[in-house]
Structures are given as C-alpha cells and as structure tokens.
Write a protein that binds this ligand. Sequence first.
Ligand code: UD1
Ligand code: PEP
Length: 429
Amino acid sequence: MEQLVIRGNRRLTGQVFISGAKNAALAILSAAILADDVCIIENVPCVRDTKILLQSMEQLGVRVDYIDEHKIKVDTRNIHNVKVDYDYIKKIRASYYLLGALLGKYREAEVALPGGCNIGSRPIDQHIKGFEALGATVEVKHGMIEASAERLVGNNVFLDLVSVGATINIMLAAVLAEGTTVIENAAKEPHIVDVANFLNSMGAKIKGAGTDIIKINGVKKLHGTEYMIIPDQIEAGTYMIAGAITGGDVTVNNIIPKHMEAISAKLSEMGAVIEEYDESIRVIANGQLKNIHVKTLPYPGFPTDMQPQMTALLSKTSGTSIMTESIFESRFSYTDELNRMGANIKVEGNTAVIEGVKQLTGAEVAAPDLRAGAGLILAALGAKGETVLSNIEYIDRGYEHIEQKFIDLGAEMFRISDKPDKSMLKVVN
Ligand SMILES: CC(=O)N[C@H]1[C@@H](OP(=O)(O)OP(=O)(O)OC[C@H]2O[C@@H](n3ccc(=O)[nH]c3=O)[C@H](O)[C@@H]2O)O[C@H](CO)[C@@H](O)[C@@H]1O
Ligand SMILES: C=C(OP(=O)(O)O)C(=O)O
C-alpha cells in the first residue's frame, strides 16, 4: 500500500495539462466491443480504472495494443467469451457497460454486479429496466447479472431518475437492436454526448444526446473507427480548486470551458478571478474567498464528483457554507478526515454545514473513495504542515500522474510505500 506525503501552504502557479475523461473512456472502451473490427481510441487516461477495464476486455478475447500511453488499439475480432470475471469487476463501477455492449452485440452477457466508489447504495434497476424493455431477460444470481435475448427490439424507455450509467448502457444495448429506441429523462453529461459521437462514428444512428430525449435507430453492423476522448471535466475542476485553495494562479489546459461552467460560476461567486480561453481556464485567487451554498445536480448542474473538492475549499473560506448532495446518499464520509485537519463541518443527512476556518493543519488521514481522496489532497495543499494520506489507490483510479502534475505547479508532494523495504529486512536478518 502506498501513501502520499503532502507539505502544504505553498501557492500553486502555472499550467496543467488535463487528461482524457475517465468516465467517458470507460464507456467508450466498452462500446468498442460493438465494432466488427478495430477501433483506435486516443486521449485514454492512463489510470487504474481504464487499465482494469482493458484487462477484463482482454479476458473476453479483445486484443488491446498500446500505440502509446494514451492511444489504444482495440480489436474485437476474436471475442470468444461473454462472461466477465468477478475479480476484475469488483474493482470498478463502469464494468456495467460490458453488460450493455456484450448484450447489444452477442445477445448474451454475464457480468458480476459492479464495484466502484462506496458512496451510498448504487442500484442498477434502471439499466435492467432498459434491457428488459428491449426484450432481454435479466437475472441476478450469486452476485452475477445474466442478460440474454433472442432478439433486441427498440422501445421507449422512460428513466425513473436521471442516470448516467443507465442512459449509456441502454444506448449500448440499443444501437444494434431492430427498430427505434427512445430514452426519455436521459442524463446529459458531456460523456453521454462523447459516447454517442463515438458510436455514430462507427455507423450508429443516435440523435439527441446531450438533451433529455435520445433517439436511437438500430443498425445491423458497426465498423471500426478512430476517435479522441474529451478532456476530464472533474480532473480539470480539481486543479481549478487547487489554484483557489492555495491562493494561487493555475491554468488548466486542454479542456472544454463549456463543461466547466457550473464550477467556474461557483468559484467566481466566491471571489476567485476566472479567465476563460478557447481551450483553457485560468483561476487566480487573491485573499480570502467568500462562503457560498452549493447543491450537486445532474449536468449542467454542479457535479457530485466535485463535491468533496469544493467542500475542502469551503472549509477554508470565511463564513458558513452549505453543501447539499442530491445524487448519492452517503458521499460525506470524508468530512471526519477534513475535521481532523482542523475543518469545522457538521453533516446532517444529505447536507454539510461548513463553518470556514482560518487555517487547516496537516494530519494523518485516509481517503474513503476517489473524489474524497482528491478533496483531502486539496485540503492538504492548503494546510499548514505535513499531511500523510493513505488509501491512495482510490485516487489512482481516476487521476493520471497526480503527484507529478501537482509538483509541476509547485507543490511539495511525494509517494511512499508502507511495505517493508527488502534491503532493510536483509540487514535485520
Ligand atoms: C463510471 C461513471 O461514469 N461513474 C459516474 C456515474 O455513476 P453512475 O452511473 O453509477 O451514476 P448514476 O447517474 O447512474 O446515478 C445517479 C443516481 O441514480 C441512482 N440510480 C442509478 C441507476 C439505477 O439503475 N438506479 C438508481 O437508483 C444512483 O444510486 C444515484 O443515486 O455518474 C455519477 C453521477 O454523475 C458519477 O458520480 C460517477 O462518477
Ligand atoms: C464515483 C466515481 O466513480 P465510479 O462511479 O466509477 O465509482 C467518480 O468518478 O467520482
């Protein structure tokens, strides 16, 4: 197990290059299964989740070649298996996309119930409802989801709640179905549009992605394609907050500013200066930032995946702020860790009341999940003294080269292993 040591209170300045979006990449790599031949996918972030997904796809018979660290060739011509091992799947949430993609192409799939971040109960009833509406039989047995269909036939699916995963998964199952599928109350996140664009570049006929009604006209076959994944909205937002929490001047490059609007608006409401360019945003924070209220919402609202990072910033802001989490039922488990760093946060149900403090102080803390871990790194960067953060394997799920990117902005941060050093063991023996 590894830990991050962070020495805070340094003003971060400079430029950071944002990687491809993890949540788009996971869906797009899975969607490549639907092609009859080879897809070349660029801007794939080199993070733990994409590596695990690619390994699980190899186990199905997909040939994966790395052209470089971020450009991957996915060849689906030798798929011989539609059952995905639990060992892979328990580690990542997005394994559920293999279900939609395999069902769509082979009319059969067996995938373990997904893992991912522990941020409340995360049912997949809306995914199953969509598959069943297309004519599939879905059973959950011994922790495995088994889906099969003689034929998949397009249908209308009204989602009971806005779900990113269900929207994408139903698209994956419907692109090769007979006839037309309409998803109503669909999610509108940037990666929904990215997945639809990828599928359309393979010959699919999807309209309306990015609105709450998506129409999919089924086609008989999908061909290989070359595609570039969009930049990661959440990684970009995390570095924007790093600029703000350290009173710094940080420019996030290679982004789509439109995707950042909810985050930029909140930072400017707090008093940070936001300069927007074609493919970058600069965040300048001078002096104390103001308290605000934030509520997480589906896109284009404030993203739940930025909630812990924003809470970390609010904990060091003057006055009382309120953070309301409206997507996941228990996404505040990290606030006890922030309080160990001197924050003053009280959580009641889905609301955190944050009394801003003048100074956070370094402490030994543990990341309970991916974005909570990012929030704790941000708090440590804005804190006096040293923080030792454990459970960083969660952070490696979704942030590429995280310490190098922060070091390049002027942070003092390094990774240590808490495994015994073998050379020391020799001396002792
Ligand atoms: C791999 C991936 O892309 N993960 C993202 C995806 O997760 P994920 O796809 O799991 O999130 P959803 O949008 O589906 O979940 C939204 C809400 O709907 C509920 N729900 C969802 C499906 C369902 O069948 N039944 C149901 O009740 C969930 O429990 C949650 O309360 O979107 C979330 C919301 O933007 C992000 O936080 C995650 O980072
Ligand atoms: C919650 C997240 O991921 P997952 O859905 O894969 O657990 C996330 O990316 O913040």
